[in-house]
Write a protein that binds this ligand. Structure first.
Ligand SMILES: [Zn+2]
Length: 69
């Protein structure tokens, strides 16, 4: 049986069998990762399939910060 294991060089996160794990080993949501890191990094090496997504939990925070300026 082949186990798919990929690590993103851009944000240092790991996908194991389609499940995202943060760099500290905690299970994560790729949409949150996109909002937190990948969308800002804009790194072409980023393998997050949800890169560009703004449906993660950080999106509300981003909007809040933007409105405050
Ligand atoms: Zn990434």
């Amino acid at each position: 049986m082949k186990i798919s294991y990929r690590t993103c060089l851009a944000c240092d996160s790991t996908w194991l069998e389609g499940q995202l794990y943060w760099s500290d080993g905690k299970i994560g949501c790729p949409h949150d990762l996109a909002g937190l890191l990948c969308n800002d990094l804009k790194d072409p090496d980023c393998i997050n399939p949800c890169k560009g997504s703004n449906s993660g939990t950080t999106w509300e925070h981003k909007r809040y910060w933007r409105d405050e300026k």
